[in-house]
Write a protein that binds this ligand. Structure first.
Ligand SMILES: [Cu+2]
Length: 253
């Protein structure tokens, strides 16, 4: 199935209001499918279990159990039904994975390098932002600082409503780049380039976290995305956004 058809299918099947970021709607869609299936299976197992436990509880004079050797219909059913459910869930998951994996054409590319313990954002024109753990935490309480206490120089500016393709790598150990509002995550692996994409529609400030345990300060290995309207972004960036449809490539070492 073509990517665009897949996207349309997903969009049409999702009854939720548009989330602030993409591809979060696909994540929510899948979350609710899994939730409904899990609750249904739980009820199908638990309700009969309670019923039988009560109905066939031990009673005096009724000590002999009835042993049923085999029941072909039941065996076929409890094989085929779970197989169908697993195929359905796997297909859904794979479709979501493909959406998450393939950035829309014309996405703005940035390079992100994870290191112990922070993130370096590099933009195509050479501009860069470094978010280090000690800019994120309160030195006294060791809690996360409120967003307005984090210096703007440590925030990665992102244009609102523009798909962003992130080329990911790591300087030292494996990290994982998780864009909280978009619900996307990918490992940052030393010596390799991995990628993901997201698009944040609503200007504001959003967290990015490391989601692969990487050492003492892993829990504070975060960054802030400062999502601003396109014009404001271009002011900060010092030039116009590369034209949609023209991919910008990096020379990655
Ligand atoms: Cu990490």
């Amino acid at each position: 199935m073509r990517k665009s058809a897949l996207l349309t299918l997903f969009t049409a099947s999702c009854a939720l209001a548009a989330p602030v970021a993409e591809p979060a709607r696909y994540w929510y869609n899948m979350y609710y499918i899994w939730l409904v299936v899990a609750v249904a299976i739980y009820l199908i197992v638990v309700i009969p279990a309670i019923y039988f436990a009560v109905k066939y509880r031990y009673r005096k004079g009724n000590e002999t159990a009835q042993h049923v050797q085999e029941n072909h219909l039941l065996e076929i059913l409890w094989t085929i039904v779970p197989v169908l459910i697993v195929i359905y869930l796997a297909t859904q998951s794979f479709a979501f994975y493909r959406v998450q994996r393939n950035a829309p054409e014309g996405a703005f590319e940035i390079k992100v390098t994870g290191f112990m313990w922070g993130w370096q954002f590099q933009y195509p024109n050479g501009k860069q932002v470094i978010a280090f753990f000690n800019m994120m935490e309160d030195p006294q309480t060791k809690e996360y600082l409120p967003l307005d206490k984090i210096p703007d120089t440590a925030k990665a500016y992102i244009p609102a409503g523009v798909p962003i393709k992130v080329l990911l790598t790591s300087q030292d150990v494996i990290h994982s780049f998780y864009v909280h509002p978009a619900k996307v995550m990918e490992d940052a692996v030393p010596g390799r380039i991995t990628h993901l994409w997201f698009q944040i529609n609503q200007p504001g400030e959003y967290w990015v976290f490391c989601r692969e345990y990487c050492g003492t300060k892993h829990s504070k290995m975060a960054a802030v995305l400062k999502v601003v309207p396109k014009e404001e972004f271009e002011k900060w960036y010092g030039g116009p956004l590369p034209i949609q449809g023209k991919q910008v490539s990096f020379n990655i070492q």
